[in-house]
Ligand binder design. Structure first.
Ligand SMILES: [Zn+2]
Length: 317
């Protein structure tokens, strides 16, 4: 069976082709996950190597006088103009991932993301604050050590502007935020929902650009992550931790991106926006078909992914 679905947020088309997963593999499917030590003397983000990276912006103190997490200026920024470009080293230990950090660690990390986003949002020279996380080879990460990145965009690029326009247009048309419509649709369909509580719902989106993609969406329509209720943010951190663990339990450790979508600057109260978290495993590499058509082939339907992830969640403690 072949099925096309259009992503209502980006307008990108996804072609589900589960039969492709049965192809014989002449190449190793992906680089093996390399185990790492808890501390690597050669790693610039490990404690003791603070002198190897640019100055610190903020730290969360750790036990015995060190730091637990810290944010530093990015030594290899995307933009030449300095603006806001930070690397948030979100754990002192070298070998952890979102899945192997404790729930409390993920909460504390989200707290630091929030404070750094607020600081970026308050600056005159920032048009939009972005927070993302690259984990594992194949995710875009150049360092194994767990870290997130904060970029304060000086101007808004076209594709991001298009995305925001689609949020506003949906709200004008339907009287509700696009993310709220998607959340209601997933709740009604049920088959792609992993779990939910009073504060957040977690599902494999109907149009998943990546195999086993997961979204964490608040139950209340809050446009801006930084200004949302503390209980919602903590529930989202817990949900992110659980979802990451389920992903690792189902697939083994895989390279992954996390994107925190929050309202653009000046739209903190815009009812067209709802903040959300996007967890994007990087299992498939786009090939010539994607380059030729702009359509993404996904070998796993979100319905199949959700079934598998729910089974993994069933084994969680
Ligand atoms: Zn390290």
């Amino acid at each position: 069976m072949v099925e096309y679905r259009e992503d209502p947020v980006t307008g990108v088309w996804v072609l589900y082709a589960p039969q492709r997963a049965k192809r014989p593999q002449g190449y190793a499917p992906r680089a093996a996950w390399v185990e790492a030590p808890p501390h690597d003397p050669a790693c610039p983000f490990c404690p003791g190597n603070e002198h190897l990276v640019p100055p610190e912006v903020e730290r969360v103190p750790g036990p015995s006088g060190g730091w637990a997490l810290r944010s530093v200026w990015n030594g290899f920024p995307v933009f030449r103009d300095p603006g806001v470009q930070e690397v948030i080293v979100d754990h002192a230990r070298h070998d952890l991932t979102l899945a192997t950090m404790s729930r409390e660690d993920v909460r504390v990390a989200m707290g630091l993301y929030r404070r750094r986003l607020l600081a970026a949002r308050s600056r005159e020279d920032v048009a939009a604050p972005l927070l993302f996380r690259n984990e594992g080879s194949g995710s875009g990460a150049s360092q194994r050590h767990p870290h997130a990145q904060l970029v304060g965009l000086p101007t808004v690029p076209g594709p991001l502007e298009t995305r925001w326009r689609s949020f506003r247009a949906h709200h004008d048309r339907e009287g509700m935020a696009l993310l709220a419509s998607l959340r209601e649709r997933e709740r009604e369909a049920r088959e792609r929902v992993l779990f939910e509580d009073r504060h957040v719902i977690v599902f494999a989106p109907r149009v998943s650009r990546a195999s086993h993609e997961i979204w964490v969406v608040p139950q209340r329509d809050e446009p801006c992550f930084e200004h949302s209720a503390e209980a919602t943010r903590e529930a989202a951190a817990d949900a992110l931790s659980r979802a990451s663990q389920a992903l690792t339990a189902a697939l083994g450790p895989v390279p992954c991106n996390l994107v925190l979508h929050t309202a653009p600057k000046g739209s903190e109260k815009d009812p067209g926006f709802v903040w959300y978290l996007e967890v994007v495993p990087r299992i498939l590499t786009p090939g010539g078909f994607e380059l030729a058509t702009g359509v993404i082939i996904n070998e796993t339907t979100p319905e199949a992914a959700a079934t598998r992830l729910r089974a993994a969640l069933g084994h969680q403690h």
